[in-house]
Design a protein around this ligand. Sequence first.
Ligand SMILES: [Zn+2]
Ligand SMILES: [Zn+2]
Length: 278
Amino acid sequence: MEITAAVVREKLGAFTIEKVRLTDPRSDEALVRIVASGMCQTDLHGRDGYYNSPYPAVYGHEGAGVVEAVGTSVTKFAPGDHVVISFPWCGSCPNCRRDLPFHCMYARELKMRGTRPDGSTLMSKDGAPVYSAFFQQSSFATHVIANERYIVKVRKDAPLELLGPFACSGQTGAGAVLNSMRPKPGDSFAVFGVGAVGLSALMAAKIAGCEPIIAVDVHEARLALARALGATHMINHNGRADVVAEIRRITGQGVRFSVETSAQPAVFREAVEALIAA
Ligand SMILES: [Zn+2]
Ligand SMILES: [Zn+2]
């Protein structure tokens, strides 16, 4: 079918809106009409050549939409279902078999190579391939094909146009807390940087019953949002060198868990030093 996609034709190139052809779904795939997609830095890294993905390419990995058609072996989804498309995993490597799909050993190829696992391409223009399958979805398009394994059904009364980032920042932050840290009620918690990933971690800590929940950022507006979402203490990092001391003052011995999302080496050190002695 003919679809519209945001195509990047060369490294560092612009996103250009073009008509391209999308192939038909295979037996274990679904055709999804994209309602909205998040955009994150990973898409821009792809555009800028960080992953050595081939061009022309279509990016986008936080797609949310409505299933329009499913392959013959798909049983969990039907046309009309509202879905978010998550990250790809192979399902057969040692980590996937141990129920650790987020550590899939073939994740990079599945996310960045621009093709299905077997090397086939999903989009084309005038007979030439357009490399899509970014995170096995390429959601910067009106329609995508995604394997049923990576699709998550969502409630129809949820605002589909807002759900795409659950596929990336949402589960990165919440998954770190709920799946890896697994805090107990009353465990102290600090999050450094309260953007999309940090706020998702914070909300998960709130759900898990953490107390206190300390949010650290350099933007007052973000700290106010962190408070609204469950932070018990806010620290504005601007101009102060005693953030770790302040966390120890609040908690007594330091925090049981800390999440670092700023990617600043000095802050990463603080996130470690703020921890309670194990
Ligand atoms: Zn992302
Ligand atoms: Zn795997």
